[in-house]
Design a protein around this ligand. Structure first.
Ligand code: SAH
Length: 346
């Protein structure tokens, strides 16, 4: 139910401190509550056991904590977990826990639905309803960290912004969430273990470079030929490869970080030597890594994963040009949790 009370997590630490001073308490109380909210990820004022009962009641009268609820959790045969996450206004997003031998990775959503229209992606079929707030992104991470401890006996180790939505079209909130996830007063995770994946919004890639962010960047490229890319990712007409490349050069000049590209090879779309050549020309200006992602079918068969010869051709051509290449196996396909399959079908 919508409520008139303000979400306490929309307040900065400074504002929380002020709130307590204005209510005849000490500023320090604000620090304590801030710690409960962001370090201990408390979902109720009740939980804040070192705060007096009266103060907790006062908080209750003034604020809410609009935390997410994991509505449904599905487990794949391969251990992958998908959470359908209910937001305070009833909308749903999905996030995924991907376990490997050494790591637990959280794949989180940044928007409800998506405004981009990639032809091969199930999320693209959902209208973009709204951006997620920083706390809604933060909560997805907390939920997956708790599941990782419960089911795999270890904390979450990595986070990828590869769930629903385009993170760079909700940049400010993504940045605020990452700040809470990485700061010592929050969850204290290393930004080096976080990757933000984008379809390629040139202006925002430059902004990330200017903001000197410490997390990694992955670009969903899928084709380095404008005509082909526009046919499968129509927003490429607005943000053509030339602009994307220029933004990436800027990013590299500032950060000196390896750039990761996500790339699916489809039958009859981007499976020729010419396509692989264009990819190499596009990314060889900086140390690069190409993740060849397995296609997860979402539809009527318009897109088909290319055969293994085409993949081998890509691998050998990339390697000859000293570009690191990895082939990423799908995880969680059986529960519609794999890349591009998140569409609130659970
Ligand atoms: N909007 C961001 C974040 C989504 S990440 C981005 O585009 O990067 C999801 C990743 O899965 C992207 O690399 C996307 O291109 C890829 N993807 C989308 N649909 C897919 C599908 N059906 N099979 C495999 N990968 C897919």
């Amino acid at each position: 139910m919508e409520t008139a009370k303000k979400d306490i997590r929309a307040l900065t630490k400074e504002q929380l401190r002020e709130f307590f001073v204005n209510n005849g308490d000490q500023a320090f109380r604000g620090n304590q509550v801030y710690e409960w909210l962001w370090n201990k990820a408390a979902y109720t004022f009740e939980d804040m056991t070192n705060i007096s009962k009266e103060t907790r009641q006062m908080l209750e009268e003034n604020f809410v904590i609009n935390h997410i609820k994991v509505d449904q959790m599905q487990r794949s045969n391969d251990g992958t977990i998908k959470n359908a996450v209910r937001l305070h206004d009833g909308l749903i997003v999905e996030s995924v826990l991907i376990p490997t031998a050494k790591r637990t990775t959280a794949c989180v959503s940044s928007q409800v639905g998506c405004s981009l229209d990639c032809k091969f992606c199930a999320t693209a079929r959902l209208k973009r309803m709204r951006n997620l707030n920083p706390d809604e992104i933060f909560d997805q991470v907390v939920a997956i960290d708790r599941e990782s401890r419960l089911y795999f006996d270890r904390p979450l180790s990595n986070i990828v912004f590869m769930g629903m939505g385009e993170p760079l079209m909700n940049y400010n909130n993504v940045l605020k969430a990452i700040d809470k996830i990485t700061s010592p007063e929050g969850l204290g995770m290393s930004p080096k273990r976080i990757v933000v994946s984008t379809s390629g919004v040139p202006k925002m890639i430059k902004k990330m470079a200017d903001d000197e962010v410490k997390f990694g960047l992955a670009v969903s490229l899928h084709s380095a030929i404008d005509e082909v890319r526009t046919s499968i990712m129509p927003f490429n007409a607005t943000f053509p490869l030339k602009d994307l490349r220029e933004a990436l050069e800027y990013w590299y000049s500032k950060t000196k970080n390896t750039i990761t590209y996500e790339y699916v090879v489809w039958d009859g779309i981007n499976d020729t030597k010419n396509d692989a050549d264009a990819l190499i020309q596009f990314c060889k200006f900086a140390p690069s890594k190409v993740n060849l992602i397995e296609y997860n079918p979402i539809d009527d068969g318009e897109f088909q994963q290319a055969n293994s010869q085409a993949l081998d051709m890509y691998i050998s051509m990339l390697e000859k040009n000293n570009i690191t290449v990895t082939v990423r196996r799908s995880r969680g396909k059986d529960i519609d949790a794999a890349c591009g399959q998140l569409a609130n079908k659970s």
